[in-house]
Design a protein around this ligand. Structure first.
Ligand SMILES: [Zn+2]
Length: 467
């Protein structure tokens, strides 16, 4: 019998797992202990070349994470770079540690909200999430065998307590709120119930026990169906609001006291209305999927709206470049720079939204109801083969013909009219084209959708269009 290989054959690490803003693949197939060790060695080598001598390492609650985190740590150490392990934590705690400890760089082992059999890595160097070319640099290092060897040190650090204390020191609620928290059995369950209790809330947790098989629902709080149990519990307990976190805690979902789903457009609008008056002229960055009403609200409150391509790494880089005070994506990565560090953090964003709600005599339902986002769709997915998604998108751009509209091509194609818009772009994380529409009337939205349907079918008449 052949000896088990101790080093991953670079050929066996598929290039497709190195994505636009992180590394993601199926555990035990694309991300084996051998390949993760090799990737760890490449990340450590790249870190050392940038004079980063220690990397924080955290991991999420997935079934494959304890084993793969050991491989990751061994890989990093084998490059000569040291590891400071912060253990089982939501992703925002790793980001937090890069701002509040001696270490400014790290690697988070997580596949966020992906299915249970996935895993992945989010990489931060000098407080900045790696994206695009920087992720590809890790891949080419492995392919070209540009790997350092050495024996990096190992230490452990606990950040859970300082994270909770830090937020409780900044955020005080005006009155106690009754809340239901749904962690989807993912890693935020380790922090969220304690954090919100210490903020003074009466907390009713559901699915907060960590179970990497995600037995109750998918930990993606941007899909309303995933929040059905949260909505019914909010109504049953007569709670002020329901809070859901995604698989690694960097994104948040909300349910109002009347059981209604709140999308990120309206969370961002409430934050704009509350935060922007103190920061006249400052930029607010949002992605191409967001409501046109959001940009208009930013202008109304004296800010400068900046639209940008989707992806948490791109958003954070753009925020830095524009010195933005707030940012957010329709996928519910929200970045607050006011009294926080500007990284995506579902727990902190929820705490800030609870503070705003606690200061109002209106209910959470009334507060979010004040923001009209027109007639809009959620994100619509058209499944396409992974290897064709970008070429299909290129073809859509070539054939796009929308007279009298403004075309925005920052990320896919956004077609803007005075009374509505439509978007099609290639997903960075799944084999799909993603679409979204918004208009001032249902008839107008139907017209815009029809134009997109015609365009897409002209590129491939066999695509199944679900709108
Ligand atoms: Zn996430």
């Amino acid at each position: 019998m052949n000896q088990v290989a101790t080093q991953a054959d670079p050929e066996s690490i598929p290039a497709s797992i190195f994505r636009a803003y992180d590394i993601r693949g199926i555990a035990e197939q694309q991300l084996t202990t051998a390949s993760v060790k090799r990737i760890g060695q490449a990340i450590g080598s790249e870190a050392l070349d940038q004079n980063i001598t220690s990397l924080l390492v955290g991991y999420d609650g997935r079934l494959s994470s304890p084993t793969l985190s050991i491989a990751l740590i061994e890989g990093i150490q084998s490059s000569g770079c040291s590891v400071v392990s912060i253990g089982l934590v939501p992703t925002p705690l790793l980001y937090f540690a890069t701002y509040t400890t001696d270490y400014t760089s790290g690697v988070m082992l997580t596949a966020s909200h992906n299915p249970a059999n996935y895993n992945g890595l989010k990489i931060v160097f000098n407080q900045t999430s790696l994206a695009d070319n920087q992720i590809q640099t890790i891949r080419t290092r492995i392919e070209n065998d540009q790997l350092r060897t050495g024996r990096g040190g190992f230490a452990e650090l606990e950040v859970d307590r300082s994270y909770i204390d830090n937020i409780c020191g900044r955020v005080q609620l005006s009155k106690p709120l009754k809340i239901v928290i749904d962690c989807g059995n993912a890693v935020p369950g380790k922090i969220a119930p304690t954090l919100f209790q210490e903020l003074g809330c009466d907390v009713h947790p559901i699915f907060c026990e960590i179970d990497g098989s995600f037995p109750n629902h998918h930990p993606d709080p941007t899909v309303p169906e995933n929040l059905a149990a949260l909505a019914s519990t909010v109504l049953e307990k007569n709670a002020d609001i329901g809070v859901a976190l995604d698989g690694d805690g960097d994104r948040v979902g909300l349910i109002t006291n009347r059981g209604k789903f709140v999308d990120a457009d309206r969370m961002l609008m409430l934050l704009v209305q509350t935060i922007l008056p103190s920061y006249s002229g400052r930029a607010v960055v949002f992605d191409v999927k967001c409501s046109s009403k959001l940009g208009a609200l930013v202008e109304q409150f004296g800010g400068s709206p900046v639209m940008h391509r989707s992806g948490h790494s791109f958003m954070k880089q753009k925020m830095r470049e524009t010195n933005a005070i707030l940012g957010g994506e329709y996928a519910a990565h929200i970045f607050i720079k006011d009294d926080w560090f500007g990284f995506d953090d579902g727990l902190y964003v929820a705490a800030r939204l609870l503070k705003i709600i606690s200061e109002s005599s209106a209910s959470s339902d009334e507060i979010f109801d004040q923001f009209f986002t027109g007639f809009c769709t959620p994100e619509i997915k058209i499944e396409v083969p992974e290897e064709r998604k970008f070429s299909l998108m290129d073809r859509l751009l070539e054939l796009a013909n929308f007279p009298a509209a403004k075309l925005i091509t920052l990320d896919g194609l956004r077609v803007e009219y005075a009374d509505g818009w439509g978007l099609v772009r290639a997903s960075n994380t799944s084999p799909a084209l993603l679409l979204r529409f918004e208009a001032d009337s249902q008839e107008r939205m139907d017209e815009i959708q029809e134009k997109f349907r015609t365009l897409i079918l002209s590129v491939d008449k066999n695509l199944e269009i679900g709108f």
